[in-house]
Ligand binder design. Structure first.
Ligand SMILES: CC(C)(COP(=O)(O)OP(=O)(O)OC[C@H]1O[C@@H](n2cnc3c(N)ncnc32)[C@H](O)[C@@H]1OP(=O)(O)O)[C@@H](O)C(=O)NCCC(=O)NCCS
Length: 162
């Protein structure tokens, strides 16, 4: 399925082990170094905040995984199925991540993103995230290593409150 259907119903629910076949199919299509089933199982076992986005008549089209720090929420994974991108689903997931962080009383959301991931950088900036620094050679990539951009959203900021 392609194109953004207007008014398509979507639902966010907590990720369970039963979701992992579909999650992994999206994951391997999205990353050069995808998470394994074990990564997701460990995240669920650790009690991380993991959610799936279900689109009416399509099924599972995206997911997020976050861990809780003392004062911050750490976004570990945010992914939308390749054929459902640029339809606002990543934004829907990210809004839910920020809302969950706020509900848990956290003061900020933190994340790392590959320096070459222009789409994700654009998404996070659009949602008010600011760059805090660069972690040199943080990620493996096909040619060697790639820098990570460290970003955060202060939940006290006007952008987060909007
Ligand atoms: C990053 C990702 C989650 C975005 O999901 P999405 O559903 O396409 O995001 P949205 O449709 O909500 O995009 C919202 C805005 O973000 C920006 N954006 C998103 N993807 C973009 C891209 N590829 N290029 C430029 N801007 C982009 C745009 O401003 C977009 O608004 P617009 O479509 O009106 O121009 C998705 O591309 C993805 O899963 N990528 C692979 C996995 C990944 O890199 N995850 C992030 C790891 S840190």
């Amino acid at each position: 399925m392609t194109g953004c259907a207007v008014g398509m119903a979507t639902m966010l629910t907590l990720m369970t082990v039963a979701d992992l076949d579909r999650v992994l199919a999206i994951e391997v299509g999205a990353y050069s170094h995808p998470w394994s089933r074990g990564h997701f199982i460990d995240s669920l076992a650790a009690g991380h905040d993991a959610r799936v986005l279900i689109e009416d008549q399509v099924g599972l089209v995206g997911y997020s995984v976050c861990s809780a720090g003392v004062d911050e929420w750490h976004l570990l994974n945010l992914t939308v199925a390749r054929d459902r991108r640029r339809c606002g689903l990543g934004s829907r997931l990210l809004d839910a991540v920020v809302a969950a962080a706020r509900d848990h009383g956290k003061s900020a959301v933190w994340l790392e993103v590959r320096a070459g991931n222009a789409g994700a950088l654009a998404l996070y900036r659009r949602h008010g995230f600011e760059t805090n620094g660069i972690r040199r050679n943080y990620y493996p990539d096909r040619a060697g290593r790639e820098d990570a951009v460290l970003m955060s959203l202060s939940l006290a900021s006007p952008a987060a409150a909007a």
